[in-house]
Every structure is written in structure tokens, then in C-alpha cells.
Design a protein around this ligand. Sequence first.
Ligand code: ADP
Ligand code: MG
Length: 551
Amino acid sequence: STRAEKHHFQAETQQLLHIVAKSLYSDKEIFIRELISNANDALEKLRYMQLASGDQSIADDKREIYITVDDINNTLTIKDTGIGMTKSEAIDNLGTIARSGSRLFLEELKKDKAATDEGKIIGQFGVGFYSTFMVSKSVDVITRSYKAGEPAYRWTSDGSGSYEIEPLVDEVERGTAIRCYLRDDCAEFSKEETIKQIVKKYSNFVSAPIYINDVRVNNLRALWMEDSKSISEDEHTEFYRFVTGQYDKPRYTLQYKIDVPINLRALIYVPQYKPNIFDVTQEADVGVALYSRKVLIQAKANQLLPRWLRFVKGVVDSEDVPLNLSRELLQDSNLIRKIRLLLTQRITRFLQEQAKKDKPKYQEFYEDYKLFFKEGIVRTADQGEKEDIAKLLRFDSSREEHGNLISLDEYIERMTPEQKHVYYLAGPSRELCENSPYYEAIKQKGYEVLFVYESHDEVLLMQLAEFDKKKLKSVESELETDTKKDDTILEGDTRSLSQDEANTLKQWLLKQFGDKIKNVKINTKLDQHPCIITTNEMGALIDNALVTAGL
Ligand code: ADP
Ligand code: MG
């Protein structure tokens, strides 16, 4: 058309365009997410303008997003009834990459203090629109501003060096329609079913209704953004089932909202079902999705939580996470590390609270999930984090009925003033622990002993090593270090052998065992048992053992 003006992209824009179209995003399909986000922003902006100006003439009947696909002509069109663009806005916002009309809009709003909830606008980097050139031979933007008397324009470009803009004479509705003429190798994006899947994946929680060929596709509320008191248990269950794809229910629900040091909204669930820690399928691996202002960034955001917390499911949303962050960047971003720390601390604190609130329920949860905690303690190198997780552990204790589990905090609370360490004993069963000669020696001192029955518990407690500045000690090692008076028979001790007899016995035992043992010590501490074999380290062989003969 003769009325079309040709413009060249600025040099920087051309370079950036190349990067965006070729490599900024890891998945081509995200161009749909970007266009929907822009359409949603345009609708939000219209709402702000109306609120700010009190202008009733802005028609309020339709706030919707329509997607139409045409798999014969290989096109995809996304249309909104939002704020639209004037000619100069189209030139500025679409002609200049990395210039975000949305960010400028927010800055203006802040000056006006007209809007308090600007968090609803998604765009801020000014690159999303260009993702259309990853899949398009050319792109048409037909737009008409909400401002009275503004004509409609067509902006069109093949994404290389230039674009054209021309006024349209036809009657055009307020808002913007973006038509992508798809490249032959991107024909999949003109298939209704494909687009439906993509919209559901990324934009299911976008506030504006989205229609594909006239059928509504998004209908879920972004519960994590809502007031926790306004959400019923049934709504949680429905949402939980959507995010997990499972059919059970949440056993614990945690909603978390903070604005400093970063903006964070999270809805975290612990499933009812009993997980299998050895399940290595992807689904079992990561349970939280990362969103930014209700738009999906990453479905299985495995950097958001430490591995041991992979059993929790849910959604994490942060306005501070840029939409266009690539997977690689997400992995070692400072922001992600911050989110991870905050979430981990909040979840562990939450579980501790639950333990106090309802002990039997927690104990049931503990039985189902304890292996994850143990894994967490063994895996992390950070002693503070180890002890945080250790607060969640529960133990059988010599002072309690079998099965009435206690925490390390409870143990420490009732330690006697002269007791320095936390004692544990590993054995195959409660009965064998209670009858153990190691236990016998400690019991005489009146100390409580934690009984553990799994072989990995010993590894765990050795790895933990300390809790609340107290050493965790196996009663076996305690017995070994408490040997100042070894080999000395007190004069007048009528229960025992004489010093000479004791020495002879010791020499005889040493000779019998040869190099199978390290040493033999004689003492008078044992009461019910004639002798004990101790090992310095767990799993050590018998050649590292020590025989203590009680006389
Ligand atoms: P961002 O969304 O981060 O600002 P984009 O590259 O996605 O960057 O979009 C650039 C700008 O183009 C937007 O900020 C907005 O001003 C304008 N724009 C894009 N799509 C639309 C639309 N559907 N309606 C009105 N303006 C739009
Ligand atoms: Mg955008």
C-alpha cells in the first residue's frame, strides 16, 4: 500500500533481535506464553487507565484473549480487547527491542500513585514480543488504541532489518491482534490441540479468560496468590490434584507469602500417599513449579528446593524472577539461591510446628517420610542445615515406651545438669538394646539413651555428630573413652580377681586373640555381662576391636 511507511530497526535492536530469535529461549513454544502475557498486560493496563481516569466511556464489556489457529494457511493469531497502541506507541514499543512499554507504564503509574497492585502486569524486559520471530516468517500486528479518535494501524515485519506501519481504513475493534505467519518447520503451532496444551501448561492461571477457536481453556484460580483464609479444603484438593497429577489429597498445606527480602508466594503440599524414596522417575524427583506473576517459568524447578525436600509439591511464584530467564541462567542465579534458602527454612519450621500441633499426625507423617530427612542430613555439608533437619527426627528412647518417639530437643531438655552428651545405642531391636552391656553401663549413671534400629541410623548420627552444641555419642564409644581406671584392680575389691590374676588373664586373652584385636582392658564396671567387644569406628573390622573383660 502507498500509505505504508518503512522503518529500519536500530542497529542494537537488529543484533538483539537475532539473539532473541535464535537463542534466548530454550523452547520455541514459549512465544505463546509471551504473547498471552502481553495480551493480559494490555487488558490490565486498560483497567488501570479506567480506574485512574474514572472514564466510563471505555467499554468494559469484554476483557478477553482469543487465539485462532489456521492449519491450512499456517497461521496463529492472538487477539485481545486491551489498551491497544497508537502509531507512535507501536513504533516505540515494537520497533525498539529491550524497550518495555510495560515498564514505562508501571513507572508512570508509580508516579501517579494511581495503582497499588501493579504486580499484575507481567512484562518488564521488552524482549518477549520478539520471540514470535523464532517461529514466524512474518508477523502482523493490528492495533487500535483505546484513546478516542485513534485510527487502527498495521505493523508488519519479517524480523530481519525493517518493519512497515500503515493506517487502516477498516473498522477495527479496540485492542491488538498479533498474527504469526508460521515457518514451515513450525507448522505444529497452527494445530489446535498443540496450542491448547501449551496454553494450559504456561498460562492456565492467567487472570483474563483465554479462548482457543471460541472454546475457553484456562479456568483455574491461582490459589497461591489468594488469601489463605478464602480457600476451602476442597479447593486445595482440586488444585493439588492439578499440580501433582495425583489423586490423593494433601496431608499438610502451607501457604507462604513474603515481600522482603524478595517477593515470594508459595503454596506447598505434603501428599497423603506414602512416597517411595527409591523411586527415581522424573515425577518423583521434583515437585514444585516456578511461576512469575501467574505465568509458568519452569514446571519442575529442581533448583528451588534441596533434593531431600523433593517430596513436597506445589507452586512457587516470584515477581522478581524474569520471565525470559533461560534454564541455564536459572540454575546458578543468586535469586534462586535466596528463594531456596527461604523456602527450606520455612518448610522445616512449618513441619516443626505441625509436630507440636498434632503429635500423632506428625508421627504418622514421620514414619512415611523419615528417610528423606535422613538423606538430607547425610547429603548436606552445612552443619546448621543438618541440625535444622535433625529437629524433625524422632527416636525411640530408654525412658519411653517402645514406639513413643521423642525429638532431640526433648532429649536435651531433660538431660541432667552433669550430663554432657546425647547418647544413642544402635541395635537390631528394642529388646536387644535394653539387654546390651553398653546400655547397662550408661544406665547406671541414670542417662537417657536413644535406641536406633536401622543400620543407616548410625551413619546418620555420626554424620550429624552434634546437636545444639552437644556431642552425639554412641554408648559404645563412651565406654571406650571412659577407661582411666582400666587394668587397675582397687585394693580391697573383694568381688574381683587380684591384680596379679587380672594381669595374667589379660596376657592370656591377648595371646589367644593375637592380631585379631587391638587391646584387652580389664575393669570392674560391668555387672551383668562378663565382657564386651568394642570397635573404634562403625563398620570397623574385628582387628580394630578392643576386648573389655569385666571382672
Ligand atoms: P515486555 O512485555 O517485557 O514489556 P515485550 O517485548 O513482550 O516486552 O513487549 C514490548 C511492548 O510492546 C510492551 O511493553 C507493550 O508496550 C507493547 N505490546 C506488546 N503486545 C501488546 C499488546 N497485545 N497490546 C498492547 N501493547 C502491546
Ligand atoms: Mg511481554
